[in-house]
Design a protein around this ligand. Structure first.
Ligand code: ADP
Length: 270
């Protein structure tokens, strides 16, 4: 008769429900853990520079620095810390908009070559001021169109090039950028000759607030959000970002953006 079968089916579905409930509970716990870590990170990152500012202002008010030169040093520390807080708030705001899917992209269909050439001119100028050897190789065999928010792509590339400068050597920094096509994607590879990233840490550098060396990066205005933002921005365009690096052998980031298919390509039968 069918009854044992029905009971069997019921047990299976109850077990399945119990499993889903347990999974839901686990997800809720993970979410809660994530939220707590996030708040702890933000509080810590804001509190550190504010404490420094407070200490230096109090010292100035009490007349601790005994010469104008020493007072100027205190003011410079205060200034540096306010710049850092400003950047942190900007990064946090942008990241949370991206995280919530609330950032509106103002996409336009653009020819990729002139867009990248203009962008690279901008970086070339800035980097040469820093005595950095900057090379841009355009290896595209033909012109393509991409549908992008130019300002946001600029920002993602800026975060990556900015890191090459921040973590790279003081002297003889070299950055090489290449533009090429791979299948349906336009790729931009950004290679530096800096300290690189140890292989066991590669998986984490795109995580929010992840910094390889918290102490060392503190003075560099590092928020640990730069790569997380770059990744979200590129993914919001339907693209992807990847990294290959070995310790002491520099880092290579690749941004891939989907080629915009022309009507003819998309519907070859018409
Ligand atoms: P940050 O604000 O700390 O620069 P990012 O998310 O941009 O945050 O980078 C995360 C971490 O990855 C950095 O703290 C740094 O340790 C490491 N990193 C990023 N780019 C490079 C690079 N080009 N060379 C070496 N280390 C890098």
């Amino acid at each position: 008769c069918d009854i044992p079968n029905e009971i069997g089916a019921l047990i299976v579905s109850f077990n399945e429900m119990a499993r889903k409930l347990r999974e839901g509970e686990k997800l809720k716990q993970e979410y809660e853990e994530n939220r707590k870590t996030l708040i702890a990170n933000i509080s810590h990152d804001i509190k550190t520079p504010i404490t420094a500012i407070q200490g230096h202002v109090e010292a100035l008010l009490e007349g601790v620095p005994d010469s104008p030169e020493r007072a100027e040093k205190y003011l410079k520390t205060i200034h540096r810390n306010t710049i850092y807080i400003n950047k942190l708030i900007d990064d946090l705001f942008l990241f949370s908009q991206l995280d919530l899917g609330k950032l509106a992209l103002h996409r336009q269909t653009l020819s990729i070559r002139p867009f990248m050439q203009d962008l690279m001119e901008e970086f070339k100028f800035e980097l040469e001021e820093r005595q950095c050897a900057f090379t841009f190789n355009d290896r595209l065999a033909q012109e393509h169109h991409v549908s992008i928010d130019g300002k946001r792509i600029n920002q993602a590339v800026r975060n990556i090039i900015g890191n090459a400068v921040k973590y790279g050597p003081e002297r003889d920094l070299a950055i090489t950028v290449e533009l090429y096509q791979e299948g349906d994607f336009i790729c931009l590879s950004i290679q530096d000759n800096g300290p690189g990233i140890p292989s066991e840490k590669l998986a984490f550098v795109f995580d929010r607030f992840y910094r390889i060396d918290r102490a060392r990066t503190k003075d560099l205005g590092s928020t640990g959000l730069g790569l997380a933002i770059a990744k979200e921005l590129i993914e919001a365009h339907g693209g992807a970002i990847s990294l290959s690096s070995k310790e002491n052998e520099g880092a290579r980031f690749i941004i891939a953006l989907p080629v915009e298919r022309s009507d003819h390509e998309a519907n070859p039968d018409h």
